[in-house]
Design a protein around this ligand. Sequence first.
Ligand code: PLP
Length: 407
Amino acid sequence: MIQVNDNFLLLPESYLFSEVARRVKVFQEENPEVKVIRMGIGDVTRPLCKAAIEAMHRAVEDEADTATFHGYGPEQGYAFLRDKIADFDYQKRGIAISPDEIFIGDGAKSDLGNFFDILAQDSTVAVTDPVYPVYVDTNVMGGRGGKRHGEHHEGIIYIPLNKANKYVPQLPEQRPDVIYLCSPNNPTGTAMTREELKKWVDYARKENSLILFDSAYEAYIHSEDVPHSIYEIEGAKEVAVEFRSFSKTAGFTGVRCGYTVVPFALMGHDSEGNEVSLNRLWNRRQCTKFNGASYISQRAAEAVYTQEGRSQIEETIEYYMENARIMRTSLTAASYDVVGGVDSPYIWLKTPKGMTSWEFFDHLLKDHGIVGTPGSGFGAEGEGYLRLTAFNTHEATREAMLRMHNS
Ligand code: PLP
């Protein structure tokens, strides 16, 4: 008999995006003349920057010659990329992170999902609600979620993000061992200020909790008081792991490259109370279970740090953020209740007239030919909201806003 991991059976069928796709397909078949505008996608749409493309071409040529061929690389990532990250993303911002504290991976999703390999399996976990579903589902797979009651798993601590708390995660009543924070946030599009994040760092230090800080949307930050890294907060190196990605920063959703920072100062404890370095354990885990991101992807990521690369990715981010501005301005003028879109490519929209997320989704699709993502798909607190993304073209974004204005 082949026994399966029962925990997987505790997960609901992943229904959100498939249901969105199904409803759009039905609508499009019945209304082939309508030009549907997709604002539900959480994927970038513009091509990779020229600097990254050229670097990949050169890397392919390297692989074609015995003298420059690269086979297995270091499991932690190539020094040429780790050095650039340490320098540009941390040291130049006044944060002392060394290349050996940086682990290159194939994107943030895998590292976020895998990190629990090195933590006690019965740890208590807190997430926000709404939430990027990967945090919850990977914990359920790992046996920490327990049974599902309605929208929640009994073993997980949920921290609501709503209008009443201005979408800022508040400290929980029950102490978690591990806390997932995402800023700028997917799906709400809001970002934590330095002061708000400091409260969490201080709390984690006091309570001996670990913060898993997801800053996949760091490149979209425009507000002065929003930190780009959790390590801008004093003492964070002792309590936080930071996950970053080139996906949304530089359009690498298809190429795949990201990195995780595990500071030397971050210590855990074994079951006998002895101190253990998380950096050492993560290194051990990666050396055993991971063989490195591809040489070609890492050369592409390196090119993002050149002068041309930096200005090219900034141009693309500004293109998306112009869409976000168009959306915010236009929706606010039409009396919609919106947050986000200032430090992230996401707009979190309150449904009008007390509609549920799916009712509003259907209204936008059927009456305006616009596709969003129902907020209820990100958690119970997301009910009554809809997420719109800024990853479309200026033309389609303007057209969508015009359609919503004329409702
Ligand atoms: N974290 C957040 C909050 C995301 O929204 C995403 C992707 O949508 C990821 C992580 C994963 O990014 P990737 O695996 O492409 O690096």
